[in-house]
Design a protein around this ligand. Structure first.
Ligand code: ASP
Length: 327
């Protein structure tokens, strides 16, 4: 259904029947009978089959859905070859690798770390913020000090390869957002266990050669990640500024609450960015993935080249995302 037609239809429906958002939510809840055959499911942004495999194995071996998310994200944080997450991430323009991450559980609790230096497993530290502090976010030196107090190791996150890339970049110092860094960017992961419990995580070194102190969407609950255990979850990758401006992940979950499937919701959230007045969308990438309570999934991006990895029914596959721009 075309977007305008859809909006017209839903608003007529809601005006005519006096249906409130709460009522939509209740209708949706009643419609959900857990599809046990489809569960569990793990999905992640980009081609990260080892990460989804580890997350799925965690679930199968009796770990919680939150353990699955943490273990899966840690794989990419430790992968020094990936230059957009954890150790080996490309630095800011001053040569500092700074990490952002967040995590959200099925009870709606969340934790995040922003502008974190010298600690590789930002996702684990975000979980500690959620579980062991009265807060939701810790930033910079405070996050780092909290990490050491929790036993996290201090290490240099700038690898030789990333240092070389930064030194080369410095020769021109031209700042452009890079579309699809090596087809492997921020890792966003969502999982649902066989009882229908959903959690999610998002971890990144952010945009390469960003200004020192810059924070994107990835550690911001509602932008880079959102989970509502009654409905589903969504995560984002790409130009964080644009995701923040449209509160992308929360938007997708709310669209699913209104009855859209994950694919439709991802497409509508991308179109929200594209259709903004004076949108510069041809020059940047944003990609979303989403999962609902039935284990249905969706993904969509602005530019070609985005993909989602999905582990379901003992199959681990990388799925090329459809995109708004087709060339
Ligand atoms: N979303 C991340 C950020 O803006 C970067 C990315 O996914 O490439 O920091």
């Amino acid at each position: 259904m075309k977007r305008r037609k859809f909006i017209k239809k839903t608003s007529l429906l809601s005006i005519g029947l006096g249906i409130t958002n709460d009522a939509f939510s209740n209708i949706h809840k009643e419609a959900i009978n857990l599809n046990k055959d489809a569960l569990p499911v793990v999905i992640a942004t980009w081609d990260v089959k080892l990460a989804t495999k580890v997350a799925f194995a965690t679930l199968i071996n009796g770990g919680t859905v939150l353990d699955a998310i943490e273990n899966g994200c840690k794989i990419e944080e430790a992968n020094e070859k990936g230059q957009s997450v954890g150790k080996g991430g490309l630095p800011d323009r001053n040569g500092n690798v700074t990490l952002d991450a967040c995590i959200m559980n099925s009870k709606g609790d969340c934790g995040s770390v922003i502008f974190l230096k010298n600690i590789k497993h930002a996702i684990s530290l975000a979980r500690k913020v959620m579980e062991d502090t009265p807060h939701v976010m810790l930033s910079g030196v405070g996050a780092e000090e909290f990490g050491y107090s929790m036993g996290f190791k201090k290490e240099n996150l700038l690898t030789e390869a990333s240092k070389k890339a930064w030194e080369k970049w410095k020769k021109t110092s031209k700042y452009n957002s890079i579309i699809n860094i090596e087809n492997h960017d921020t890792i966003g992961m969502l999982a649902i266990d066989s009882d229908g419990n959903i959690s999610g995580g998002c971890t990144t070194s952010g945009l390469a050669y960003k200004m020192h102190g810059r924070v994107g969407d990835s550690p911001i609950i509602g932008s880079g990640l959102y989970v509502d255990n009654e409905i589903g979850g969504a995560v984002a990758t790409g130009l964080g500024e644009e995701v923040v401006k449209t509160v992308g992940s929360f938007l997708i979950v709310e669209l699913m609450r209104q009855g859209h499937n994950p694919q439709q919701a991802c497409e509508m959230a991308i179109k929200r960015i594209v259709n903004k007045p004076n949108s510069n969308y041809k020059n940047f990438q944003v990609g979303y993935i989403a999962l609902n309570k039935n284990g249905d999934t969706g993904c969509y991006s602005i530019q070609k080249g985005f993909s989602m990895t999905k582990y379901q029914s003992y199959k681990n596959v990388n799925i090329t995302s459809d995109s708004y721009l087709i060339s």
